[in-house]
Design a protein around this ligand. Sequence first.
Ligand SMILES: [Zn+2]
Length: 356
Amino acid sequence: MSTNICTNCLLTDKTPGISFNTNGVCNYCESYEKMQVQGEKKLIDFLNLYRGKKGKYDCMVGISGGRDSTYTLWKLVNDYKLKVLAIHYDNPFTSEQAKRNMEKTAEILGIDIIKWSFPEGEHLNATKKAMKVWSHHPSSMMIPIVCAHCKNWWPTIFKHARENEVSLIVIGSNPLETASFKKAGLGGARNYHKLSNIPNVITKSFKELMANPRYLTNVSWPLVLSMYLGASHSSPYLKWRYKDMTVIRLFDYIKWNESEVESTITNHLAWKKSPEVASSWRFDCRLDYVRRRMYESTVGVTELRDLLSKMIREGMITREKALERLKVEDHIPLSVIENVLSMIEMKVPDIKLKNL
Ligand SMILES: [Zn+2]
């Protein structure tokens, strides 16, 4: 079976909603709008509004031990001299290297970190149940359900921010990492800043649910509902519930530059990627190793393929180099996947992935 790949990026013909023009260029490339930033001066002016206002801290930053959030913390503390309170959701799948990175960063920068988690076993049990249900009818659109706990952290972040008299939260997610194929698969917009067609998304989600009704009895619906209501800090529900909170992304002001991010944190914060995988991206949560294979198995596209495709469109990397990196960095050793699955008492054949 041959797979067609866009002649400009790395997206394959299996990508949801994809089509190609006569030159073999995909519609994701054709409708792509390049990243825009507001500039560092605007950022500093904005941060100054929150500097030294009240309480012990000027702002809060969510961290994972991964590269972008670590860099965000470095910029705020070192470059902009803000008093930062870091917060981390202690996910049971957090990699040891991510934990070491957070400890080292806190020590070097001299900052406080709040670590919070759900009651013992709750997250692991929910993931196990969701994964088992998913494996009965593998579908890319239902993969987010296995991560429901991690999509529920905004209300907790806001609660801790209020308790510490902080009203500004800065996040380090980069605009290129929102996988466009996932939104497109649910009938949403391909571009990050374009609004999705909500009725379309609801209809598609409902069809997905009906195709595998085991979700109805095996998934915590209050959790899933709150995931949909609060997965994004800019959801209407959270905006209404936490009017006093302002959330900004560092990379809306300064351009995300992968090598600048990695060299800064490596040199100044002794940051390291996890030794168990080749990629320096998304090793902070080890469940992501399995998710990569779940996406690959169901839609033939991984989030790394999507990210590298966007980097090509941005002119940050050549297509040849991106292909080379994809081969190396998207490879997760089978022993690592087996190890992650053993945490939820599952084995590789249990999740019925193709190509494994
Ligand atoms: Zn393309």
